[in-house]
Design a protein around this ligand. Structure first.
Ligand code: AMP
Length: 396
């Protein structure tokens, strides 16, 4: 096995959003340097990184210069083109390796891989033409979910088809892109497992958490999830098998549906830290970001022990609709931690930050996180002459 990269080494990151920011914060605390690569400037990651390269992913010369300047590369955004990752991998280790990215960045490829490895998934058919879609609906029935194969996250590129009249709209939304039609899973709950695997094949997981979505976007995560030990054991076993079969070095999240009869159905893989693991920053011995750093640097993995029940509530741009949220009101909850990502523009649906609440029990933590989030805009709701109403304001 190769020697670990020790503090002082430079970790390169493809992608510059909040996941890279929290990785960078963990890395800098441990004395590593962070160099971020993305097409944007003044980014959530760039603001806290040592170096920021601003160049398109298809500028392979810039990618090679970046690769030469770092000791290892990881990513926080899985839609980095394979050509960029492959060019970088000729010069420096990329972890997880490019095949992990290749498989998981496209829903069709991911679903085929999961199916071939006998993981439980929703029935699905590939859709490359209107005829495929109609044939797929005959096979799967209604309702069904049509998803673009590439660039899908947070419900983007997704349409629910409940009756034949929905077909035209769903096709129009696709705009000719390859897609996958999935049978609708009437789930009871959504859960996920964040797990990590080291260079030496060591494996750790953070247990099962419960995720509530609003408009297809994660809203609240409660950790741990209130599931039976048997379901937790099965979900954790799926996580281990996925990381081993994909030969992941790094962090990967498996999102699953839990049906009323106790079946787990894998919905999606994310080969990086995940929004449903943000609570680990405040609630666990080792956060998912420190774990990613340890894994990609070849260090021993840290304990995933959760010190207190926790819940995370996302802060979307919608909260800025009537002006700057009242941060002091959330900070008045002494067991709630505020995380903001440094994004300038608060667009509806955009993840701007999150709150983590710690409490004696998971349900109580979820209640606290929600209450603290509601307090952010209480003053706006109560005032009829809010000075900040109208256009969303820049946060800084
Ligand atoms: P995704 O972008 O695939 O993660 O989907 C976002 C959300 O849409 C999921 O978290 C579910 O709430 C919902 N969803 C996606 N696929 C299905 C499905 N096959 N059946 C039911 N709900 C789904």
């Amino acid at each position: 096995m190769t020697d670990p990269l020790l503090p002082g080494a430079t970790v390169g990151v493809f992608g510059s959003g909040q996941l890279g920011r929290m990785l960078a914060l963990a890395a800098r605390r441990m004395g590593y340097r962070i160099h971020v690569y993305s097409p944007e400037a003044d980014t959530p990651t760039g603001q806290v990184a040592d170096r920021e390269t601003v160049a398109p992913y298809n500028d392979l010369e810039a990618v090679r210069a970046f690769a030469r300047a770092v000791d290892v590369i990881t990513f926080e955004f899985e839609n980095v083109p394979s050509a960029a990752v492959d060019a970088a991998a000729e010069l420096v280790p990329v972890r997880p390796r490019s095949t992990v990215l290749y498989t998981t960045q496209n829903r069709l490829r991911e679903k085929i891989w999961l199916d071939q490895h006998a993981f439980p998934v929703a029935r699905s058919v590939p859709v490359r033409s209107p005829e495929n879609l109609l044939g797929g609906l005959r096979r799967l029935g209604y309702p069904a979910v049509l998803k673009t194969a590439g660039y899908g996250y947070d419900g983007k590129g997704q349409s629910l088809i409940t009756r034949p009249e929905d077909v035209d709209g769903a096709l129009a939304a696709l705009g000719g892109q390859d897609a996958i039609l999935e049978a609708y899973v009437a789930f009871k709950r959504e859960v996920s497992v964040v797990a990590a695997r080291g260079v030496d094949g060591s494996f750790v997981h953070y247990g099962v958490v419960e995720n509530e979505h609003r408009a297809h976007i994660l809203d609240v995560t409660t950790a741990p999830a209130a599931v039976s030990p048997e379901i937790a054991r099965r979900a954790e076993a799926i996580a281990r098998e996925v990381l081993e079969a994909l030969d992941v070095v790094g962090v990967l999240c498996i999102e699953m549906f839990l049906t009323g009869d106790g079946k787990l159905v894998v919905n999606e893989l994310a080969p990086r830290p995940h929004n449903s693991g943000h609570y680990t920053v405040d609630a666990c011995v080792t956060s998912q970001f420190e774990q990613q750093l340890r894994a990609v640097c070849g260090l021993p993995l840290g304990s995933t022990e959760q010190l207190r029940p926790a819940a995370m509530a996302n802060l979307l741009g919608d909260l800025w609709q009537r002006g700057e949220p009242d941060w002091a009101a959330a900070c008045a909850f002494p067991n709630v931690k505020l995380h903001l990502y440094g994004k300038r523009e608060a667009r509806p649906g955009r993840k701007m930050g999150h709150l983590t609440a710690l409490a004696a029990a998971p349900a109580e933590a979820a209640e606290q996180a929600r209450a603290a989030r509601a307090a952010l805009t209480l003053a706006h709701a109560n005032s009829t002459t809010s000075a900040g109403s109208g256009e969303p304001r820049d946060r800084r």
